[in-house]
Write a protein that binds this ligand. Structure first.
Ligand SMILES: [Zn+2]
Length: 285
């Protein structure tokens, strides 16, 4: 499993570099040029000219996001399939994946056009205003990163699912330790006829979900489910306190297979997380 997760992580890294690398460098260049032009501007006319130049550079960007992402899908399917013979065209026909690819391309085009339009309308007089504009130019990267993560997750999932069918095995949900309660609850669950509980898809539970499905072997599912239950019970999930408490209560209500140790840990954690806070400085005891 570790080797499989490493290959998925390497593929993810590769696609991020491929798809977002050039755009990120281009946006950084526009921002740097704008900053230099503004630093040299001595008159309001020169400031306006700098903004116009930056807007033109943004409008001239032609990142081929859709083609790059689509081209990266077959490799993701192969990584997901881990040696089994698979057909990447099934993944490319998936509406969710096509939608992610289209959305990524549209997002970048729209962002460039909108930012270009706003550049000439925004005041660029103070350093704070100039920093705000620079932040706006780069702001598309976080959203694009999330969509790339989704496309990567779906491509890998298609490969894993096809391979599992070919090999007549089921898949186990693998979540990162300390992930959100929703993914932690899915950890260790097993597919039935290729579907996880509730139709959940690894990589698609929320933005930046990095869960994957791996082939069940040697009690892997039970081990992962046990670890995830212990993490939830101890409050080791990425969520607010009320969400962590809700996850623990849900665990106690719905999981019959919990060990006594996990149940005790859950009760203690709920007690700690829900006890009223003593106001700082007030006498205790
Ligand atoms: Zn997840």
């Amino acid at each position: 499993m570790e080797e499989y997760l490493r290959r998925v992580a390497a593929y993810r890294e590769h696609v991020h570099r491929l798809v977002t690398g050039q755009l990120s460098a281009d946006l950084a260049a526009v921002t740097a040029r704008l900053a230099a032009d503004l630093a040299a501007a001595r008159t309001p006319g020169m400031v306006r000219a700098a903004a116009r130049r930056a807007a033109a550079a943004l409008r001239g960007l032609r990142p081929d996001i859709a083609r790059l992402l689509a081209a990266a899908v077959p490799e993701g399917v192969r990584v997901g399939a881990s040696g089994a013979h698979v057909d990447p065209s099934q993944a490319l026909a998936d509406p969710a994946l096509r939608d992610a690819i289209r959305t990524a391309a549209m997002l970048v085009r729209r962002h460039a056009a909108r930012t270009a339009a706003s550049l000439t309308a925004l005041p660029l007089a103070t350093p704070a205003q100039q920093r705000a504009v620079a932040a706006r130019i780069g702001s598309v990267m976080a959203t694009l990163d999330a969509i790339v993560d989704l496309a990567v997750g779906l491509a890998v999932w298609h490969g894993a699912r096809q391979a599992a069918r070919t090999r007549h095995v089921e898949l186990v949900w693998v979540a990162k330790r300390g992930c959100c309660p929703r993914c932690a609850r899915l950890a260790g669950t097993v597919t039935v006829d290729g579907e996880f509980p509730g139709g959940a898809v690894p990589g698609r539970v929320h933005q930046h979900c990095r869960c994957v499905g791996v082939e069940e072997e040697d009690g892997l599912a039970a081990r992962l489910a046990g670890t995830a239950a212990a993490d939830i019970a101890a409050g080791h999930t990425a969520a607010s306190t009320p969400q962590r408490v809700a996850a623990i209560r849900d665990l106690l209500a719905h999981r019959r297979d919990l060990t006594a140790r996990t149940r005790i840990a859950a009760a203690v954690t709920v007690h700690i997380l829900t006890r009223p806070r003593t106001p700082a400085g007030s006498p205790t005891g």
